[in-house]
Design a protein around this ligand. Sequence first.
Ligand SMILES: Nc1nc2c(ncn2[C@@H]2O[C@H](COP(=O)(O)OP(=O)(O)OP(=O)(O)O)[C@@H](O)[C@H]2O)c(=O)[nH]1
Ligand SMILES: [Mg+2]
Length: 304
Amino acid sequence: MSFKSGYVSIIGAPNVGKSTLINAIVGEKISITSPKPQTTRNRIAGIYTDDRCQIVFVDTPGIHKSKDLFNEILVSTALSTVGDVDVLCFMVEPINPPGRLDMLILEKVISRLSNPTILVINKIDVVPAKNSLLPLIDFYSKQHSFYSIIPISALLGDGVKELVDRIVEILPEGPKYFPQDQITDLPERFIVAELIREQIFNLTHEEVPYSVHVSIERFEDQPDRNLVIIEATIHAEKDSQKGIIIGKGGKMLKEIGRLARINIEKFLGKKVFLQLYVRVQERWRRDKRILAEWGFRLKSPSSL
Ligand SMILES: Nc1nc2c(ncn2[C@@H]2O[C@H](COP(=O)(O)OP(=O)(O)OP(=O)(O)O)[C@@H](O)[C@H]2O)c(=O)[nH]1
Ligand SMILES: [Mg+2]
């Protein structure tokens, strides 16, 4: 049998479970997840390899109606991945009738592309009876000529193997682009910063998680001690947010650090010494220069 390979972009509205799926496929947490929308901010590649194929899955920020420069950058990052991939996975939740945003993405993005597209209906574990999905499947199949419609639970892993099998059917013959055991093309320090940001998403509320960027100041591997020393700065937009992140007597920052360290140690497979600092970078979400410095640039197209 010939070897197949290619790129697959996962797109959809915020919070539908795109990052949970990519983690389930590669078998490790490379993309952070949270119950809040707009968690993912970058193009995140997860590489799946088996005897038949190598698939580079591209996780993307949730597509939404952007309100400011930073959100526009997130949406443009997602939209910029769709053009030249071999397969698109359009992910939705099992909601009938579909959400306004799902319909908008279908109309403005999916229906304008010619890539083979699989509709992935996620979170089927919350659907009481599987046959209640039938009207939704029927509805979507009338809206667009999907290559396939696959119900899954990214959280429980149900249907994930079927999804990969279906993608392999479509992929062209091709080489192994990455070594067998490589699961992402992102640097370790990027994922470490994300694992810190994930805890801020999980532990703080309202505008705070959205006002935070994390940068790694020091990443020093000490192999003789099986230890990595990491220093990171959490940038907030205002003093009040800085106060919330630090918490009473530093309690919140300690908890963010404790939980992030557990995940970082799991990811790096080493002991970690983690030191966190918090500083204010006023209105960074609107500051083109700072955004560019942190790797956030507007791409085209930039909105729905
Ligand atoms: N019940 C259930 N929850 C799920 C499933 N997949 C994801 N979730 C939950 O849905 C929430 C959002 O998941 P994410 O993977 O962060 O969603 P996303 O699409 O990457 O979101 P953005 O990055 O914000 O666009 C999290 O609380 C997940 O645990 C699933 O199959 N079943
Ligand atoms: Mg995500």
